[in-house]
Design a protein around this ligand. Structure first.
Ligand code: DGJ
Length: 750
């Protein structure tokens, strides 16, 4: 787990060693030691006379203040500070020219679009009379121990915005979102509703890291310089999306895995989102994120309000690795259902790649027997068990058991699976309907559509308009019935297409675009109600692979389906990108058969070790496995159970990136620092080159660790090594040929 580091006063201790000096120095030394601790223990400090707030975590501080005009400005975001006295007051600048007004030079914390402001605003509205000018000034604030709310108001009208801040002192993170309230007597239309604008320290030479991809190639890590202008990452697709993930990291162009300043954040929203990264001509680097402005319009009647998505952000002084560990820690402690009390993910078997739609009681039972022998703990039946679902052309929407495939319902299979010692999980895709289904024949109006226009099918299916309350209630009842009738531990909740023709004809034209937001809210509502009623239930968020991976859905699910691409070599990069933002525990990873995507065949051990860096699953056709495969798989599952606490809940160190060379290495260190595991993979050896020693991270240099190689690929003969040696020299591994792999377990003995 992430180590919490308070600033070390080592410089004092080294410099002043004489008794005389000590006498002079001790009082200030004590002050130095105590002041930061008391300051850090106070998550929010406030200097009322200067109207400055300082938000403190173990890893960062964040300061905002109000200038003489009432404008709220960002004053600082970076490493930990301990007193507000150091922070320069919020100022009012002078115009640089008639083309560079002072408003453009100021780091406004949550700018409305009004006056001469032409950067990306946080809020843009239109009044009923067409007036769109909005200038927000500080009005009041409320402070709790870790929470701050600042109320802003338009300089003329009762359009109010509350900025919500929550500090996670131990996790080193801050969360922001806003509530936009129409307190006027006339309706307004919100045209852009962002959660937050974040400012890097003034300067240039910054670099952006972000995750992009597509189906079967999700979460690819990109790094590029930030220049003047704007870069947008977003989803306009209705769900979080395969194309970009709502995560960013900004560094000064020189950060690496374990060094350098990194400002980073993740937006928590499973619908249309947008993050813009903007460098202005005035050395400002601003990151603004929230609801996508594309096709967006949200009317607020008098008294109504709109909450924007939550945006989590942090600062890490020690590189991208530390930034990821802070996010992982936050997810494990505060985001995932049950937080710190959640169980580690069990080993799962899923029949999809083995059987596709060809599921039936006998076939599933046969697979379940084989899975149980391997040590699998959760058996999941995928697509094909319901309605007339023999191909992807029919059945979606008809959530009743197919009697030809399961003549006695699901209970005989579930009981069998339970008797074998496994929990039972079931695939569902509740948001969708095939035109060839009883549901669609009964309710053709339930899909999103523009009347008289084509209804574009993707994978032969249409999207139900979940924004409608009758559709929401139908889906809830169907799932509630399944969870009530059967002992289902786990739903694999799939969503296999993007939106099209997002019409909501039953609503007035001015209200119809609320669909983008209401759909997502109702999705959350269904899951929240289901989980409240069925506390036993767990959920996997799948959207044709990794199309719905974000922090807001993570509050409601135990795992993400990372990608439909289960080809182990491709997975190394998908997993590297995933790990930037999300902890290993949530990364469902299966071992499947070869040849797989790309026509590639990798050894079974390699496939297992790749998948064991997340929540291990098996998706192969076990009927085709040889005795040798079964033996190896059983050993690997046993190994996984020994190391999964360390992998899923420990601290990740990405030692060698699959983007950089032919060796990939990742290390996980347990929360208590007593266990660690190193995974290493070789793509293709050339010229008989040996793998250089791999330096470990996150160990105690004074500690001694017993080494346990899973396969004798450790070059060193020493069975124990110090943390100092392991981190400074490293471990040498014998990885040869193509797709070689190994793992080394480290147990602290001193
Ligand atoms: C897409 C998912 O990502 C797959 O794992 C599988 O569940 C199929 N859908 C089933 O249709």
């Amino acid at each position: 787990m992430t180590t919490i580091k308070l600033p070390q006063p080592h410089c004092f201790l080294h410099t002043f060693v004489t008794i005389e000096n000590m006498r002079r120095v001790i009082p200030s030394l004590l002050l130095f030691l105590l002041a930061p601790i008391s300051a850090y223990s106070q998550a929010i400090q406030y200097a009322p006379e200067r109207k400055i707030w300082l938000l403190n975590t173990t890893h960062s501080s964040y300061a905002i203040g109000v200038n003489s005009e009432g404008q709220l400005q960002n004053l600082y975001w970076g490493g930990p500070l301990w007193r507000t006295d150091d922070i320069t007051n919020a100022a009012q600048y002078r115009d640089l020219s008639s083309f560079d007004p002072h408003q453009m030079l100021e780091n406004e914390e949550y700018p409305g679009w009004g006056g001469p402001r032409f950067y990306q605003p946080a809020l843009k509205i239109m009044r009923a009379n067409g007036d769109r000018d909005l200038v927000l000034h500080y009005r009041s604030h409320r402070m709790g121990q870790n929470d701050l709310e600042i109320v802003m108001k338009d300089i003329r009208d009762d359009i109010e915005v509350t900025l919500h801040y929550r500090v996670y002192p131990e996790e080193g993170m801050i969360r922001r979102y806003s509530t936009i309230q129409n307190k006027t007597k006339a309706p307004i239309t919100v045209e852009s509703a962002q959660s937050a604008t974040w400012y890097m320290p003034p300067g240039d030479g910054y670099r952006l890291s972000y995750l992009s991809g597509r189906w079967a190639a999700e979460t690819q890590l990109n790094r590029e310089p930030i220049h003047e202008g704007m870069k947008i990452i977003e989803s306009r697709l209705g769900h979080t999306g395969h194309n970009f993930n709502p995560w960013f990291a900004v560094d000064r162009g020189d950060a690496a895995e374990e060094h350098g300043s990194v400002w980073f954040g993740a937006l928590a929203w499973s619908g249309n989102w947008r993050i813009s990264v903007e460098q202005t001509p005035y050395q400002q680097v601003r990151v603004t994120g929230g609801l996508n402005t594309f096709d967006f319009s949200y009317s607020l009647k008098p008294g109504e309000s709109l909450d924007t998505p939550e945006f989590y952000a942090g600062y890490a002084a020690n590189g991208f690795g530390e930034a990821s560990r802070l996010l992982h820690h936050l997810e494990l402690m505060d985001i995932e259902p049950h937080g710190a009390k959640a169980r580690v993910r069990p080993v799962l078997y899923n029949s999809w790649e083995a059987t596709e739609f060809n599921v039936n009681e006998q076939g599933q039972k046969a697979l379940a027997e084989k899975a149980a022998k391997l040590g699998v703990e959760l058996f999941v039946m995928d697509d094909g068990w319901f309605g007339k679902r023999n191909t992807d052309r029919a059945g979606l929407g008809d959530w009743f058991v197919n009697k030809e495939k399961f003549p006695n319902g699901l209970n005989p299979l579930i009981e069998y699976v339970n008797k074998l010692g496994m929990d039972f999980g079931l695939w569902v895709e509740p948001e969708m309907v095939n035109p060839d289904s009883d549901l669609y024949r009964a309710h053709p109006d339930w899909v999103m559509n523009f009347p008289g226009r084509p209804r574009s099918e993707l994978r032969n299916q249409l999207v139900l308009n979940l924004a409608r309350s009758d559709v929401r209630d139908y889906i809830y009842s169907a799932l509630d019935k399944l969870a009530s009738d059967y002992k289902i531990k786990y739903f694999k909740w799939d969503m296999n297409r993007i939106f099209s023709e997002p019409g909501w004809p039953e609503e007035a034209p001015a209200e119809q675009r609320k669909l983008w937001v209401q759909y997502v809210r109702n999705l959350y509502d269904i899951i929240d109600r289901l989980r409240a009623k069925h506390p036993y239930l767990e959920i996997e968020s799948c959207s044709g692979g990794g199309g719905r991976i974000d922090l807001e859905i993570l509050k409601r699910v135990e795992e993400f389906w990372t990608s439909d691409n289960t080809e182990a070599f491709d997975r190394l990069r998908i997993q590297e990108g995933f790990s930037q933002a999300y902890a290993a525990k949530f990364m469902s990873a299966w071992v499947t058969d070869v040849p797989n995507m790309n026509g590639r065949s990798t050894p079974l051990k390699y496939r297992f070790l790749v998948a064991m860096q997340g929540a291990l699953g098996i998706g192969a056709n076990l009927n085709k496995w040889t005795d040798e495969d079964t033996k190896l798989a059983t050993d690997m599952v046993t190994l996984d159970k020994r190391i999964r606490n360390t992998v899923q809940e420990g601290s990740l160190y990405r030692l060698l990136s699959p983007r950089m060379g032919d060796v990939t290495a990742n290390e996980y260190v347990s929360q208590d620092g007593k266990e660690a595991v190193l995974f290493a993979f070789r793509h293709s050896q050339q010229y008989m080159t040996q793998v250089p020693p791999i330096g470990l991270q996150g160990l105690d240099p004074r500690g001694v660790y017993k080494l346990e190689s899973i396969d004798g690929k450790l070059v060193s003969q020493q069975s124990e090594m110090s943390g100092a040696y392991l981190m400074q020299y490293g471990l040498q591994l014998k990885l040869t040929g193509d797709y070689d792999s190994t793992a080394v377990l480290l147990h602290r003995v001193q």
